[in-house]
Ligand binder design. Structure first.
Ligand code: MG
Ligand code: MN
Length: 701
């Protein structure tokens, strides 16, 4: 920790002594401060706003050349540690403790750097929930992830949509703000926020029509540059940082924001503030855009405005996020990127360098800019720019080491979160398992569907009155269905349900989506799901495997008494769904339905199903969080109400030979508990050495 400080400090002092007498006063401040409080020294040096000590631009020799590196994290979602709180196990594939190593490496390549965060920072892990809602961080305490970011010497950040998830009061507190907004009482002093500034230009207080946060900040960094005659000099560079978030907050967090704030268009705000920043002396302007790339016609409420921002004059670099993608990505199959104005290989939008570093700290965005001083101002050499995303996963699939300082800083919060996820949120009078989900057990699926349908119904009632009279249904699938062996099944025991059990019920970090489709599409959707089964020939006397290679996590099913259908596995793919009814009547082809699902399935619908769907709700809320909240609200789950409502059955057929499938060994009891009396054990060890057994199903029963 101290070594790191010393090195940076020493480096700067060295440069001052040899090359730039003008900075004497700055260096004295640094030295003096560092003697008293070591941890303050870098803040004083790095975030130096003391313009009076900077050399005047005319003191910089014409054609002086400067390289500097912009580093970006985005969508960290409070994943500080490489730890999955739901599975209660380490997961090296994410976590700021590892991105920190990428940051250190990038800084060791170039001391001319600036580190920025693009939002969706405080919410998205159990750690975030714990500090916001379970044991709320106090006014005089720094939020855990901000403590770590302070230590990593972030220069600035912006606000993502998820920063609003816990309400304006909480956001005001933990960011050390003093929002001038209805519902927040003015206080004499702000609570403890991060050491670095947060900027956001397009969320506007309804009270005074001014941005809730500072719209932008100009940070003066002292960088080394090279004069035309080859000397190294230190120069000040004024970097203007402006932030934008996605206007969807007004729907997603309506309950916190309605009437208190509004959003303004990113482009309008950029056009307003970029010239202002230039007037105030910004040499370079970096846009923190919590949004992705969308080339469709501009609207002030569009979700992903980064491409349109790239057309605003004066923006030199765009740091993106929100869509959790990697950009640039030469191998991207996203056809929306295949147009002349987008360079997905070199990371350019309309020739402006732009980067998006994945999410959860999996990657670090890096933009290397090259500037020349033309005698009056710094000019970015556009053909000498390098944009890349560096990942915490190495080429050999291993992961970079964690920075050990991070774990030390967050240890207390981390341990408290682990205790929290082990605490009960409800009870269940049945075991929720997926061992026999392929053949009809819904004990691990129904509660997920109930939670999703309930959430979407509430959302529609609150926000989308035009859909109020359309039935809301939900589909979900057995996410854990034995692919990795006998332990790869959901198994939540009867009794207390803890928060981490929710991960067993909902494996993936998906978000809730709802699509509006018509009756004929429901049949197509279910026909696709029925690909889970091989076509069975009833006359064969040899054993036939029931389950195909179609993944279990794509085996979507309803679990509502209102929807009934049969699957005829003797028929070819595409003609297996029989007797599909809604409330006892055949579903009409053109009858509208809203189906709750997840972002992953919704985005695949049009491509894979030839289904005519329109997304009506694209919620940023995780299905898993929605499930947790549903269980908390329901408290006591019962087999009758939450675990036994089947929508589908196999069409009965007598087969000459056995129809078999695999599941975890020694689990036949769970089939019986689910009322599946037509299941038998063929062989309790299938010989795969994976803890799997062979079972048979009698399709005539
Ligand atoms: Mg976001
Ligand atoms: Mn995000």
């Amino acid at each position: 920790y101290k070594t790191h400080h010393y090195k940076t400090h020493h480096y700067k002092t060295h440069h001052y002594k040899n090359h730039h007498y003008k900075n004497i006063q700055i260096k004295r401040i640094c030295l003096t401060t560092s003697m008293i409080v070591a941890s303050m020294s870098l803040v004083a040096c790095n975030n130096n706003d003391n313009d009076s000590n900077d050399p005047k631009p005319q003191q910089i020799a014409t054609n002086t050349n400067l390289n500097f590196t912009i580093l970006e994290t985005s969508d960290l979602h409070n994943n500080v540690m490489s730890y999955d709180y739901y599975k209660l196990t380490e997961d090296k594939s994410f976590g700021l403790e590892r991105t920190a190593t990428l940051i250190d490496n990038a800084r060791s390549e170039s001391a001319n750097n600036i580190l920025l965060d693009n939002g969706d920072t405080i919410q998205g892990s159990a750690l975030g929930d714990y500090q916001a809602t379970v044991s709320p961080v106090k006014c005089d305490e720094t939020l855990g992830i901000y403590k770590v970011m302070n230590d990593l010497k972030y220069d600035a950040g912006t606000i993502g949509n998820h920063e609003f998830n816990y309400g304006l009061n909480y956001l005001n507190q933990i960011t050390g703000s003093q929002f001038n907004v209805d519902g927040i009482t003015a206080s004499a002093s702000a609570c403890k926020g991060p050491d670095f500034p947060l900027v956001l230009s397009n969320v506007i207080s309804a009270r005074n029509n001014q941005p809730l946060f500072k719209p932008y900040k100009i940070i003066t960094k002292t960088f080394t540059a090279t004069t035309p005659d080859g000397k190294t000099v230190t120069v000040p560079l004024k970097i203007g940082i402006i932030g934008f978030t996605t206007p969807g907050i007004m729907q997603w967090d309506k309950k916190w924001l309605d009437g208190k704030v509004t959003t303004a268009g990113a482009k309008e705000m950029a056009e307003k503030y970029v010239p202002q920043m230039k007037t105030e002396g910004a040499d370079v302007i970096v846009a923190l855009s919590h949004g992705g790339i969308d080339t469709s016609p501009y609207s002030p409420t569009m979700e992903n405005a980064s491409w349109h921002l790239s057309q605003v004059a004066g923006i030199d670099a765009i740091l993106m996020g929100h869509t959790h993608q990697v950009f640039p990505d030469a191998s991207s199959k996203d056809t929306r990127l295949d147009q002349a104005s987008i360079d997905k290989v070199n990371g350019l939008l309309n020739n402006v360098p732009a980067v998006m570093p994945s999410f959860w700290g999996k990657g670090l965005g890096v933009i290397k800019l090259n500037l020349t001083f033309d005698g009056k101002k710094w000019v970015v050499n556009k053909n000498n720019t390098k944009v890349e995303v560096r990942t915490i996963q190495n080429a050999d699939k291993t992961f970079v080491a964690a920075n050990p300082r991070v774990a030390r800083l967050i240890q207390a919060e981390h341990n408290a979160t682990i205790n929290y996820v082990k605490t009960p949120i409800g009870t269940s009078d049945f075991s929720m398992t997926s061992y026999f989900a392929d053949v009809g057990d819904v004990s691990a699926i129904q509660v997920v569907n109930q939670a999703q349908a309930n959430y979407i119904s509430d959302y529609i009632n609150a926000n989308l009155p035009q859909y109020k009279n359309i039935p809301v249904l939900s589909v979900s699938a057995p996410f854990k269905s034995g692919f990795a062996g006998g332990s790869d099944y959901t198994d939540v025991a009867q009794g207390n349900i803890a928060i981490n059990n929710a991960a067993d019920l909902y494996l993936y970090p998906n978000t809730v989506f709802a699509v509006k489709i018509q009756g004929s599409d429901i049949k197509k959707w279910l026909e696709n799901s029925a690909k889970r089964f091989n076509q069975i020939n009833p006359s064969l006397t040899t054993p036939q495997a029931l389950i195909s290679t179609f993944p279990g996590y794509n085996f979507d099913m309803f679990t509502s008494a209102d929807v009934q259908y049969e699957i005829d596995v003797t028929k070819p793919i595409g003609s297996r769904i029989q007797n599909l009814t809604y409330k006892g009547k055949p579903i009409e082809d053109n009858a509208p339905f809203i189906i709750a699902t997840n972002n992953y399935r919704a985005s695949g619908l049009k491509e894979y199903y030839n289904i005519n769907s329109s997304n009506v709700v694209e919620s940023p809320d995780a299905n898993r969080d929605v499930l947790i909240n549903y269980i908390k609200a329901t408290k006591n789950l019962s087999l009758t109400n939450n675990g036994s409502s089947r929508s589908w059955r196999f069409v009965k057929v007598k087969t000459a030979g056995p129809v078999t499938f695999k599941s975890s060994a020694n689990k036949i009891d769970f089939a019986q508990k689910a009322g599946l009396t037509n299941i038998s054990v063929v062989n309790n060890d299938d010989g795969s050495n994976k803890g799997l057994a062979d079972y048979a199903i009698d399709l005539s029963k």
